[in-house]
Design a protein around this ligand. Sequence first.
Ligand SMILES: *Cc1c(COP(=O)(O)O)cnc(C)c1O
Ligand SMILES: [Zn+2]
Length: 388
Amino acid sequence: MFVINLTCLKCGTTHPMTPTSYICPTCEHGSTDMDTDIGILDVQYDYLAAQEALLRGKDNNSSRSDIFRYIPLLPVKQPADVPHAGGTPLLNAPRLASRLGLKSLYIKDETRNPTRCLKDRATVIAMTMAQEIGVTDFYCASAGNAAISLASYCGHQGLNCHVFVPQEASQTRLNWLRRFGANIQVSTGNYDQAFDEAETAGAKYGWYSRNCAYNPFLVEGKKTVALEIGEQLGWQAPDLVVSPVGDGCTLGAIGKGFRELSFLGLTDRLPRLLGIQSEVIQPLVHRYHEQSITQDQRTTAAASMAVRRPRNALRLLKELRASEGTMLAVSDSQIAAAQKLLAVEAGIIAEFTSSATLAGLMKQAEAESLAGKTAVLVITGGRLDSDF
Ligand SMILES: *Cc1c(COP(=O)(O)O)cnc(C)c1O
Ligand SMILES: [Zn+2]
């Protein structure tokens, strides 16, 4: 393993790694209730040694196609014997590219993961690390996808799963959780309340955390989506990478993955990150553009990014700045139109939230010319909560 330590994204102090090093010990006790950045840690590697292991493929994992292909850049010793996450296709979508005036548009098809969602990449890291220390119980807070992912992997391993979901969680998602035999706590509130309830219970019972905005190892799994995109494009970084944004873990992880590729000399630049939120719930759009946050009473069908108190904001903001990226918001009707276009013109059945990537890029195409550019839409999931 090439991890050297964990660095706090908030105060910058470094700490040794253990499988249950979650929040920065320096920041942990100083945060206030409404403070969304409580001191999340970031895994640091010995990149010189990791690079050598990666290039030589001397650990025999370079023939794998799942996330463990990149094990020198992961905080685990051995691949766990669990359903494979990652190794998803990068599809060319020429019809959408010409619609947007792009040179090329690619779709990173995360619907091909075991539970139809990018969340499996993080769950595999949680299962692997927990296996090293003999954990039997896991928990997470989730609008559905992370919970379904965790419940499925716990089902495969015969372990206990405790999930905390918002009151508005769809019946489809609840049915999957019941099917997997998860212990389900339906909050009386929204995702943000479910998150607090999960952390309280997790601390009380000592369960292993599968919250990406808490357990620092999980974003390492998510960043493999960027490592794959780089490799699939022949070690060329695209100009733009577009992802929906809830807590900020996913796009923050993608930014870290691309920075690592460029730091290792595998690519020669960083793509600009384009983060998309719903017009109804867009705290990170406002924060990035330093606008005051306005309350909106409308609701959105983009459940997987309906996060009012984003918990991994510092990580995302850092990556947006490093990549000279931006954040923008789209309406549900723009997302609905994009969902149909993705199906009809790119052969992708994307979930509503993930379709916001195309809606966002179409909006960006009105603000700047995309001529000659290559963009990647990260289609984070494929779970359908309703017909479309
Ligand atoms: C979780 C999720 C997101 C948002 O990820 P964050 O890490 O919360 O920013 C986007 N799309 C889908 C399908 C998700 O499940
Ligand atoms: Zn700290």
